[in-house]
Design a protein. Sequence first.
Length: 255
Amino acid sequence: MGTVYAIANQKGGVGKTTTAVNVAACIAEAGFPTLLIDIDPQANATLGLGVAKDTTPNVYDVLAGRCALAETLADTAIERLKLVPAHPDLAAANSELPREPGSEVRLREALTGVRDAFDYVLLDCPPSLGPLTVNALVAADRVIVPVQTEYFALEGLAGLLDTLALIQRELNPRLTIAGMLLTMHDGRTRLARDVEREVRDHFPALVFETVIPRNVRVGEAPSYGRPVTHHDPHCSGSDAYFEFAKEVVRAGAAT
């Protein structure tokens, strides 16, 4: 049975989708069948893998009970990497899901039909702690929290950790925090170095060793519909995501 990782942080612009796309690509290219599920209505992970955001069926159809997850699996340009695409209509799920009893387990139940086919499943969450993110956290085994190395890095982390504790207690006792990934790091600035030190001091056992640098190639890659590891496999961003994917695989093998 594959390990399910949610990539989550209610703060926007911290590198969740970039991390989800690139880690999924690196793990797949390392030989592991991998599934990326885009549950963000912005559908950036979908576009970042070259799939149209109006693709149907999609994850909204799954959450609405209109089809099985297996029916939504889309091919990508990367061998062994499948995608469940998002759709802008997914935004409606934020108001629809809370009205329906048991809706917070929809994604977990849907995953049971395909989970055995993949070694790794990654869930790209929206920048909120709403019903879509709750569905991802209930379905996940582990959570990766991208943290941008800028001034407000720690703001909101306490709220996220409280939410994770609530999910663990009430809905998903197996959920654990895989770790925090420092992103958009500019080691030339004192601010970035100070934030990194502060995060590592506050959460000494929860911060991944790999740090993702601020890199123009990482920002360019989505406009070409591909991960940075295909856009420029030798840039510093690609090197960092390759290393981080190794950390994720090692951590998965150890559990």
